[in-house]
Design a protein around this ligand. Structure first.
Ligand code: AHR
Length: 499
């Protein structure tokens, strides 16, 4: 079978916003405690940051990290997590039925972001709290000094403002599971007024309003419309959350979550533009896919909550397999190809809790299968996303007709001259001979090429078999003139770097 792609240097979808390679750290299960932070761990530094997790985070390559939740956010008092640790209160976390010791909070997270070399994406609680807490918190974080909250930060040892630019106004406010869920109109008004006062404290921030918790929510689309109709003037982004499920245990059907993600993105952009049209406004609300991943195995009530209010219990520790990695690769391609509207995205979460990194408390850390497509995309996708015209064999499922077997993103970095290709072959049995016409991109050579493939879709990485599913480099990709040729194994994720 054959597939042909044509790209041209001048046919650009958009420059890629590197914030699409974000991740998420929530006070949930062992993401913070036993994940990024574990005082006493053999690799922990004096601040309690696990260096093994930090090194893997750097290799994963996230650009921005959302914090502190998630559902946890909607009951969180940020004041509990700052100041001397021995004075911080221990509280019930109603979102996850856990005990929160608050030994890790805003300043610890900022320290961690600095050493991890990532931008923070903070969120304010619009569940139990609202505009008053948000303006105080922002004053604590971003105001230079001379006021109550900014001086409190300075007294905690942080003389300089944290200068946090990206703020989420609440989390999943449409979900019945959310602490103090709101209707779209209630939340839209709160987002408008909270955003307004936050901008008065710091006009340089970017704000994201909560969109739907999933495309399958009964209020989907009406929610986005009504929320934005109320807060259009104050926000820059609307969020999307999507967790992919493999309920039918059939890889072809599973693959079509990628088409659904594409529809989700285009629909939300259309709704945001409809709200703009009502105002005759040229403002374009951008999309922040600030929670996404595969998540369906560790989804029972016992995975979500353990009895007895434990501290940092094992919650939703999804074990990822090879097919999940293919889905993550496909989702990344979809986000990249929608680079004109998706300007931020966070794979949820970073470690242990539906994470690309897994740890044992007191023990080692390793890469789950989904780590690989994410780290490769983050490393290789820079610059302008080119509009790829793809001719490919197709497959059909009960719900999706003529889905392209080959999906690809082609990104050109005009600074370095690199042209990098991410390609997924979704054919279940056939190798596909791929030909890419790289028009107007100069004389290119293959710099590196790799494929992620395993004969068993259910293969996993574990503490004892850490590299069972990992990319293998290959040397059979050729370029002659403007034509690149590569063979894509059935069910494979491929990365080709040229320059
Ligand atoms: O990431 C796990 C949870 O999923 C988050 O806390 C919540 O926002 C979503 O429902």
């Amino acid at each position: 079978l054959r597939s042909r792609i044509i790209v041209d240097r001048d046919f650009i979808i958009s420059p890629l916003d590197r914030r699409v390679f974000g991740t998420f750290v929530e006070h949930m299960g062992r993401c913070v405690y036993g994940g990024i932070y574990e005082p006493g761990h053999p690799t922990a530094d004096k601040r309690g940051f696990r260096q093994d997790v930090l090194e893997l985070t750097k290799e994963l390559g996230p650009t921005i990290v959302r914090y502190p939740g998630g559902n946890f956010l909607s009951g969180y008092n940020w004041e509990d997590g700052v100041g001397p640790k021995d004075k911080r209160p221990t509280r019930l976390d109603l979102a996850w039925g856990s005990t929160e010791t608050n030994q890790f909070g805003t300043n610890e997270f900022m320290d961690w972001c600095r050493v991890a070399n990532v931008e923070p994406m903070f969120a304010v609680n619009t569940g139990t709290r609202g505009a008053d807490e948000a303006r105080n918190f922002l004053e604590y974080c971003n105001h230079p000094g001379g006021t109550y909250w900014s001086d409190l930060r300075r007294s905690h040892g942080y003389e300089k403002p944290h200068d946090i630019k990206f703020w989420c106004v609440g989390n999943e406010m449409d979900g019945p599971w959310q602490i103090c869920r709101k209707t779209a109109t209630e939340y839209g008004r709160i987002a408008q007024e909270t955003g307004k006062v936050m901008r008065w404290v710091d006009p340089d921030i970017k704000l994201a309003a909560c969109g739907s918790s999933a495309r399958t929510m009964p209020t989907y689309a009406a929610w986005e419309h009504d929320v934005l109709d109320n807060c259009f003037n104050e926000v820059d982004f609307i969020s999307l959350h999507q967790y992919f499920r493999n309920d039918s245990n059939d890889i072809q059907t599973f693959f079509t979550v990628i088409e659904d993600l594409d529809s989700f993105i285009k629909e939300v952009a259309a709704i945001a533009d409809a709200v703009a049209a009502k105002r005759r406004s040229s403002k374009r609300i951008m999309l922040s896919l600030d929670e996404w991943n595969v998540w369906y195995k560790a989804h029972t009530p016992e995975d979500l909550r353990k009895p007895g209010w434990p501290q940092a219990p094992k919650l939703i520790e999804e074990i990822y397999n090879f097919e999940d990695a293919l889905i993550v690769g496909g989702a990344l391609i979809t986000m990249i190809n929608n680079a004109d509207r998706v300007k931020a995205a966070c794979i949820a979460q970073l470690v242990n809790v539906i994470g690309p990194i897994m740890t044992e408390t007191g023990g080692p850390a390793w890469r789950q299968t989904i780590f690989h497509p994410f780290s490769q995309a983050s490393r290789h996708a820079r610059g302008n996303v080119l509009r790829a015209k793809i001719d490919s064999p197709t497959f059909s499922t009960k719900t999706h007709a003529d889905a392209s077997c080959v999906l690809a993103s082609i990104v050109h970095d005009p600074d370095s001259g690199e042209v990098n290709i991410l390609a997924l072959n979704r054919h279940t049995t056939e190798e596909i001979e791929l030909e890419v016409e790289l028009r107007g991109l100069g004389k290119l050579k293959v710099v590196s090429a790799s494929e992620l493939h395993h004969k068993d879709l259910k293969a996993i990485n574990s503490k004892d078999k850490r590299d069972e599913v990992s990319p293998a480099s290959r040397s059979d990709v050729t370029i002659s003139g403007e034509t690149l040729k590569a063979k894509l194994k059935p069910l494979s994720w491929n990365v080709i770097a040229t320059g």
